[in-house]
Design a protein around this ligand. Structure first.
Ligand code: SAH
Length: 214
C-alpha cells in the first residue's frame, strides 16, 4: 500500500478537525500524522480513511473513531517508556499510535483473525509492540505491573484483574456500560488497595466479550 500526497493531505485535515474538537496535545496530533490510517482499513474505505468515522475491520468489529482514539490517548497522559497494556488490538491503529508516542505496548485481541491481520500491518510499519491472541479480561500477569491500561471495547464492569495489574500511580482508561453506551472512566491506583475514579462522558464501543474466537 502507498502513502501518497493525497493521503497526507487528508491526514492534515483530520488533524485540524481533531484540534477543533479539543485535542490539544501536539505529540498526539503528530502521532496521527505518523500513522497512515488507510493501511489499517479495507481498500474500499481508502478514500474515507481520514474522516472521523469508525469502519468495519472484519470479525464483526470496528476501528474506533479517530477522535475516540485521540481522546483515550490523551486521558492516558503517556510518558515515553510507559508500559501500556491495551485490550482490543482490533485493527492495530491505536496500538501504533501508542508506539509512536514511545510507549512499550502489550496488546491483546480475542479474535485470532484480527490479531494476525494487525500483526502483519504493524510489522510492516516497523513498530514492535508485543501482540497477544487471548482474553483481555485476564490482562497479562507475566508482564504486569503496567503504568497504563487502555481498554478499547465497552466493558459491562471494571475487570478486577486489570485493576490489580496496575502500578501504584498507574491509570486505567475504560469505557463501562451496557451494549449501547458506555461512560469513559479514568481510574487511578493511589495505593495497594485504593483507587480514584473520574468520568469523561458517553461513548459507544463494540462490547468487551469473554473467551477467544479462532
Ligand atoms: N483499538 C482498536 C479498536 C478495535 S474495537 C483499533 O484501533 O482498531 C475493539 C476490539 O476489542 C475488537 O477487535 C474486539 O474483538 C476486541 N475485544 C473485545 N473483547 C475482548 C477481550 N475480552 N479481549 C481482547 N480483545 C477484545
Amino acid at each position: 500500500m502507498q502513502d501518497t500526497y493525497k493521503h497526507k493531505g487528508m491526514r492534515k485535515q483530520l488533524i485540524d478537525e481533531l484540534r477543533k474538537k479539543g485535542i490539544t496535545d501536539e505529540r498526539i496530533l503528530t502521532a496521527f500524522d505518523a500513522v497512515p490510517r488507510h493501511y489499517f482499513l479495507d481498500l474500499v474505505f481508502e478514500q474515507q480513511a481520514y474522516s472521523n468515522m469508525p469502519f468495519q475491520i472484519g470479525s464483526g468489529q470496528t476501528i474506533s473513531h479517530p477522535y475516540t482514539v485521540a481522546f483515550q490517548t490523551s486521558l492516558l497522559e503517556l510518558k515515553r517508556g510507559d508500559k501500556v497494556l491495551e485490550i482490543g488490538t482490533g485493527s492495530g491503529f491505536q496500538t501504533s499510535i501508542l508506539c509512536v508516542l514511545g510507549a512499550k505496548v502489550f496488546s491483546i485481541e480475542r479474535h485470532k483473525e484480527l490479531h494476525l491481520k494487525a500483526k502483519k500491518i504493524i510489522d510492516q510499519l516497523g513498530f514492535t509492540p508485543k501482540l497477544f491472541f487471548g482474553d483481555g479480561y485476564e490482562g497479562k500477569a507475566t508482564y504486569a505491573p503496567f503504568d497504563k491500561v487502555l481498554v478499547t471495547c465497552g466493558a459491562p464492569e471494571v475487570p478486577q484483574q486489570l485493576l490489580s495489574q496496575l502500578k501504584i500511580g498507574g491509570v486505567l482508561i475504560i469505557p463501562v456500560g451496557d451494549l449501547d453506551q458506555q461512560q469513559m472512566l479514568r481510574i487511578e491506583r493511589v495505593s495497594e488497595t485504593e483507587y480514584t475514579e473520574e468520568m469523561f462522558g458517553n461513548f459507544s464501543f463494540v462490547p468487551m466479550l469473554e473467551k477467544t474466537v479462532r
